[in-house]
Design a protein around this ligand. Sequence first.
Ligand SMILES: Cc1cc2nc3c(=O)[nH]c(=O)nc-3n(C[C@H](O)[C@H](O)[C@H](O)COP(=O)(O)OP(=O)(O)OC[C@H]3O[C@@H](n4cnc5c(N)ncnc54)[C@H](O)[C@@H]3O)c2cc1C
Length: 510
Amino acid sequence: MIVDPSPEIYDIPRAVHFDGEVMRIFQAMGLADAVGRLSAPGKKISFTNGKNWTLFEQDLSVVPRHNGWFNNQFFNQPRLEACLREGVSRYPNVTFRSGWALSSLDQVADKVRVQITYTGTDQTSIETEQTELVSARYVLACDGASSLIRTLLAIPQEDLHCDEPWLVCDLMLDGKEEFNRSGLQICDPARPTTLIPCEGNHIRWEFMLNAENEIEGVEEEAAVRAMMAPHLWRLSPNLTAEDGELVRAKVYKFHALIAETFQQGQVFLLGDAAHQTPPFLGQGLCAGVRDAYNLCWKLAGVIQGNHPASILETYTSERRPHVNEVITTAVAHGAIIQARNPLKATVRDCYLMLGRAFPFLVSFLKFGEGWNLGPGLFGIEGAPSPGGPVGEPLPQGRVQQRQDGQPTNTLWSDELLGTGYTLIGFNVDPASLLAKNRNYDGLSTLHIGPEASLHEIEGELMNWATEHAVGLALVRPDRQVFGICRKGPDLAPQLEQLIDRLYRQLEQHS
Ligand SMILES: Cc1cc2nc3c(=O)[nH]c(=O)nc-3n(C[C@H](O)[C@H](O)[C@H](O)COP(=O)(O)OP(=O)(O)OC[C@H]3O[C@@H](n4cnc5c(N)ncnc54)[C@H](O)[C@@H]3O)c2cc1C
């Protein structure tokens, strides 16, 4: 059951960007086509200074597509939410109580008792009480930044320090004029400004405010258009300060916060209830989608009796370090963009320009992926190492199925991974390495290579296997690599050890 006090989708765009891993999650939900129709890949992002010198540039179309999809895509949040709501309506076992809010909860034995209260205005739909008691085995708190559930559970938040006021505006152009579709971070110490052409004719503008006392009156249309005016030429020389419809202008104080735990008993925090990041990387909503994907297969496994309940503890241990790294990177981007001191800004300009010649100097500027999960359900001790291959998503590529050497159909490799654990052999049939007298519950196998009935088109998976010397990869239901066996003559014993480790890990958690 889903409860949400707002009868309507919040119609103000907040998030405008998601990455390739998040698109892959929408694909897993069967919504790739629907989400694809409402999103568009980004072109380029540039950082300039107040004198309009280019400090840093990234062509977004060449950022590797580890997950198969463009790594920087732009969309409109209300349209995405409508698409997700429609998606959920495919499931007859989900009840959506719109206009109802959770008002209290307590955990008793293995149940969570939840009180929900009607907050809507449609009195005709209320037949009896305005409150109801619901008993749930698990509660997922997706109730946003000021989460009542987080407050009721008294879960403290760690402050990663970024509390700056910004004016966030959305301008819809009429589409008659072509305009430059590159995103810009204008790192002008006089007024740091973000200008992002999003999907369609939507332009996102963000203006850093000088101080708390500047907030008064800045949301008014005339004030907003005056702030946009000096930058309109960047979009098109023909644009004037009157063009387009200003759909909103709102002051936000960006925050960098992370809950100390994402779980208390049978209640889990997800999305902004668990963490808040300044939006410099466009990763807040992305982190929430990743939370749900990490948790839900584990919950399904527990409810279906395939996993012990204690596996749910890996939700915090895996997700929290990942989110922490995302927020820390966003705060680092923020420090670059938000430099107000002219001397510091000049040092920054010199450093970034040096980075154009020596890219390793600016490798901390990340656009998309590269953050690792923390320790959890993996075939290694401790936390997965940065750079993989364990604890990162298996790459996704287009593959061809073949019969008698002839291609039959082309599809995404994920479509061939089961809903359980999958053992993938690169140039080796994993089924041939499994012991005949052992029961491999919940495991399916896949053989990729020129000799196999499955053939890669571009070679993303095979290149990844070659790069990491992987002979076999054991992949979790959420496409994260649980463990690998290195290429070599001892693949079969390595595989038995890896599978022992998986079953032991699951037992350890029981
Ligand atoms: C200006 C701005 C730009 C951003 N840009 C990006 C971006 O480009 N990319 C990105 O990934 N992220 C971005 N974000 C962040 C992103 O918008 C949020 O991270 C995301 O919307 C959070 O989703 P959520 O579902 O966790 O919370 P919310 O969207 O806040 O939803 C919370 C829901 O909980 C409901 N609720 C509240 N109280 C209760 C209750 N008691 N009982 C039941 N339900 C309740 C609310 O009605 C609401 O529907 C941006 C944010 C801002 C402000």
